[in-house]
Ligand binder design. Sequence first.
Ligand SMILES: Cc1cc2nc3c(=O)[nH]c(=O)nc-3n(C[C@H](O)[C@H](O)[C@H](O)COP(=O)(O)OP(=O)(O)OC[C@H]3O[C@@H](n4cnc5c(N)ncnc54)[C@H](O)[C@@H]3O)c2cc1C
Length: 458
Amino acid sequence: MSQIELDQGLADELAEAIGAEHVLVDPDLRAGFEHDLTGRFDGQALLVARPATSDEVSRVVRLCGKRGVPIAVQGGNTGMVGGAIPRPGEVVLSLVRLDDLGPVDTLAQQVECGAGVTLERVQERAREAGLDFPVDFAARGSATIGGLIATNAGGSLAARYGMTRAWVAGLEAVLADGSIMRRLRGLLKDNAGYDLTGLLVGSEGTLGIVTRARLRLTPLLPARAVGLFAFASIEDAFALLDALRARAPSFQAADYLHREGMELVCTHRGFPQPFRELHDTYVVVECAGQDDPTDELGEAAALAEDAILDSAIATDADGRRALWAYRESHNESLSSRGVPHKMDVTVPLASVPSFERDVRSEVVAALPDAEVFLYGHLGDGNVHVNVLGPPPDDRTVDDLVLRIVAHYGGSISAEHGVGVAKARWLSLTRDDAEIAMMRAIKRALDPQSLLNPGRILV
Ligand SMILES: Cc1cc2nc3c(=O)[nH]c(=O)nc-3n(C[C@H](O)[C@H](O)[C@H](O)COP(=O)(O)OP(=O)(O)OC[C@H]3O[C@@H](n4cnc5c(N)ncnc54)[C@H](O)[C@@H]3O)c2cc1C
């Protein structure tokens, strides 16, 4: 049987299983699923399947499995490491039609939803019930709950609330043999056997396809204050972090950016410079409570006043959004300038200043035309290293930066995952025994390597 006949046969069977209009074969219809937001990853899919229910997902998996056709699992396609982008010969399985969102269970403080529901919809549903889903980041309008779970997404609130893993009370997933694993009872105490939910969180679509989730919620803290603070260095910014931890129980986020990022964002978005002078380091701080946390934020800032060069505080929604926008506009501003090499890494907090110095000097020494942009989450040592200049498929800069991370005892992936972008460097951060265990789990659950092959493990 020729390749074309084989593909048509699969397309026909899928059309019968999920409806012809949800099997996209036409290149124009496939296009939006074949490249990512960063512009660094693209690939041609055999076709795109868009099932609407868990049973339909199972049917797609069984049909692909029967023919040995690998699957690229895709949610909102906001990922940064190329995991959702098809490699040649793969079917894209898009989860966005699994978008039902249940009522909030206010007693359990939980909500159940399909994998394709966006982060923003979950946040809105929770807030209507006086609760909140405390994972948040700029892609909230497109990133799906399935994608958040698959990548164990972090975001700005992770220092206070932890990462997505902490907020998954249970899930349902279609496994590589098409069977459906369901743990949706939401029991917080449940030690009867292996933690299968925990195993799937952060597995980046390599062990199972998340189809539903039961999420934990937290009481909404409606009163918020956001401050933007300027410093001469990132070391100086640690003084504010210390003060916030000591004096502001309402402290929930501290993201930082540097001078070059501020200039880039202001140019791209047309924002005014926040202060009369440009400074080396800026920190966006958010405090939230039942009562107005502005005084707490002010008291913490007073403790760090020797280090603070300038500041602005906003309590109204527009003002808060405007201050956050200096940090949250980095991704789109960078993409407007070219295709960045993105390395989301963690190093021990105390090492962040020297790590940043090493990255700047070694990248520029190796690639004199490269431009380095560093920003991240101040509370947890998570640095987003972005480099403009090297061609997208040149790995020199990735190799250099990830080796500096290993030198500092850090992780090559803080919150975006490994995907295809970093798979070849996994051994910098996980030892032989760990990688052997990962391979054994993958082999046991997906012996044909049908689900997201080449992601995490090469
Ligand atoms: C502007 C911007 C800001 C961002 N900020 C942050 C941040 O602060 N913190 C952070 O952690 N991330 C951040 N991200 C990255 C991204 O939004 C997250 O990784 C998000 O969790 C991806 O969700 P998604 O639905 O878009 O997944 P996709 O991009 O579609 O997929 C990501 C990975 O998950 C797998 N996957 C997707 N859905 C499923 C499923 N249902 N079952 C199994 N596997 C699945 C894919 O195969 C792929 O490997 C940001 C992205 C952008 C564009």
